[in-house]
Design a protein around this ligand. Structure first.
Ligand SMILES: Nc1nc2c(ncn2[C@@H]2O[C@H](COP(=O)(O)OP(=O)(O)OP(=O)(O)O)[C@@H](O)[C@H]2O)c(=O)[nH]1
Ligand SMILES: [Mg+2]
Length: 459
């Protein structure tokens, strides 16, 4: 489905190529196609309507970057608008002032609640929290057992309740009590799912909410179910007041519409994305990444970057800020490498930066895809915390990361070395950006930088 939407947008964009300027007329045709594409990708019609209006307004209004071609303008405007609709920033979990924080995991049957409960508990314990999980799904015979097995495998503490206890409210309260007694700061409550929203379930959830006063009610939406997920999100929100969304099964050929629409229809932020059945296949929701995915970017971004000699001001500023604030994380490193492979040459990447002339000798530096995949796997196996603080990655973390990414500790060591070199290089790079001295010095430094390329084309 993502492919479908992205294919369509690409076609629209191609059609716009060769047009001199964006006019009401030529935009009209393009907008119509974008509209159909979004609808077909299961974006809710109300959301499409709003999106189209703001896209049109921006395209014809002052915000258009006059230095870009019409093609680039449309891509950029649609992309920006998607990011804006999705929420601009990754949204963190709210925690109670006084622990334990209680988090409900709710949603339709089979959406991925239990799996996500395990994933979230694991995520939280890596973020230095101390979670306790409990299942209050007393209806499906194997449900509590399923969470118990998951908790055992992941070595997570679980509250099982006294023998024979099968009242959801008692189980949840018991878990909170145990959390207080044993110093757990978060209680994750895995709730029962139904095929359809029914009153019994809603009443039960409302009672649970009243009694436990959760800091978060996370609605788990199966991205594969399109409009159904949107409708039930809306209904859950109306009756229960959800505070965030976990979008699961984004590893499949999930539809782009769900993410956009749920955000728009409930007004609540997407917080996490499930990208597989494994416990680690769980990520913070980054609006820009999902917008890229919806648009089939990488591709679209690289299209803009490739065709354009112009500088994307925002990106440049962001990059400069990161360089100056020493905030260039392993996430950024990975994104840069991915970007690099999409662009096909380091020169295009440097082209994004101001005051950097063309480096002819770098033009044909190609990334080794296999190496890149390995690097990405290693970084993906790190926790978000580790990616931001590489200094904490000690021996045992390295072993875990190697295991998680199917590589060796040696590979992880190498990557961290490369990253450290890149940071160093970029730091002096940013220093010279400020000082205005550029060029040969950077070229020399790049020559020393060992990136995951065969035979290091920079040396
Ligand atoms: N591919 C993929 N599968 C997932 C993801 N999240 C959950 N699943 C799978 O979806 C199925 C249902 O997951 P559960 O966690 O049991 O769903 P649930 O909402 O707890 O289901 P009920 O308790 O029956 O309502 C399982 O086979 C999971 O492995 C995901 O992000 N990606
Ligand atoms: Mg379940």
């Amino acid at each position: 489905m993502f492919d479908n939407l992205s294919d369509k947008l690409q076609r629209v964009i191609k059609n716009l190529r060769g047009e001199g300027k964006l006019t009401a007329e030529n935009m009209e045709a393009a907008l119509r196609e974008i509209r159909v594409a979004l609808l077909e990708a299961d974006v809710h019609f109300r959301v499409v309507k709003q999106l189209m209006e703001s896209i049109k307004e921006k395209a014809l209004g002052q915000e258009v970057l006059t230095s870009l071609s019409p093609t680039q303008q449309v891509v950029k405007i649609v992309y920006d608008e998607l990011v804006r609709t999705l929420g601009t920033h990754a949204s963190r979990l709210r925690m109670a002032n006084e622990p334990p924080s209680v988090i409900f995991i709710v949603g339709l049957q089979g959406s991925g609640k239990t799996t996500s409960t395990g994933k979230l508990a694991r995520y939280l314990s890596r973020e230095k929290h101390n979670p306790l999980v409990v299942s209050v799904d007393v209806y499906r015979p194997a449900a509590r057992h399923q969470l118990a097995v998951l908790a055992r495998d992941l070595k997570l503490p679980i509250y099982a309740g006294p023998e024979g206890e099968n009242r959801p409210l008692e189980l949840a309260r018991g878990a909170r009590r145990e959390a207080m007694q044993t110093g757990k700061d978060v209680v994750l409550v895995d709730t029962a799912g139904r095929l359809h929203i029914d009153d019994d379930l809603m009443v039960e959830l409302q009672q649970l909410k009243e009694s436990l006063n959760p800091t978060e009610i996370l609605f788990v939406a199966d991205a594969m179910t399109g409009q159904d997920a949107i409708r039930s999100a809306e209904e859950f929100h109306k009756r229960l007041g959800i505070t965030g969304v976990v979008l699961t099964k984004m590893d499949g050929d999930a539809r782009g519409g769900a993410a956009l629409s749920i955000r728009q229809v409930t007004g609540q932020p997407l917080k996490f994305v499930g990208v597989g059945e494994k416990p680690d296949a769980f990520e913070l929701f980054y609006p820009d990444r999902v917008a890229s995915r919806i648009l089939g970017m990488g591709d679209v971004i690289s299209l803009v970057e490739k065709v354009s000699q112009e500088i994307d001001q925002k990106k440049t500023e962001e990059m400069q800020r990161k360089l100056l604030e020493d905030d260039f994380s392993l996430d950024d490193f990975r994104d840069q490498l991915k970007q690099l492979s999409k662009l096909g040459s380091l020169e295009s990447l440097l082209g994004m930066m101001p005051k950097v002339g063309p480096f002819k000798e770098l033009q044909n530096a190609k990334v080794d895809e296999k190496e890149l995949t390995r690097v990405v796997a290693i970084i993906d196996s790190m926790t978000p915390h580790e990616r931001r603080n590489h200094m904490i990655i000690n021996g045992s973390r390295r072993r875990r990361i190697a295991k998680g990414s199917g590589t060796t500790v040696q590979d992880v060591n190498n990557l961290l070395k490369q990253y450290a070199q890149a940071r160093k290089m970029m730091k002096s790079f940013s220093g010279s950006l400020m000082g205005g001295k550029m060029g040969t010095m950077l070229g020399k430094r790049l020559g020393k930088l060992k990136l995951p390329f065969p035979g290091n084309p920079f040396s």
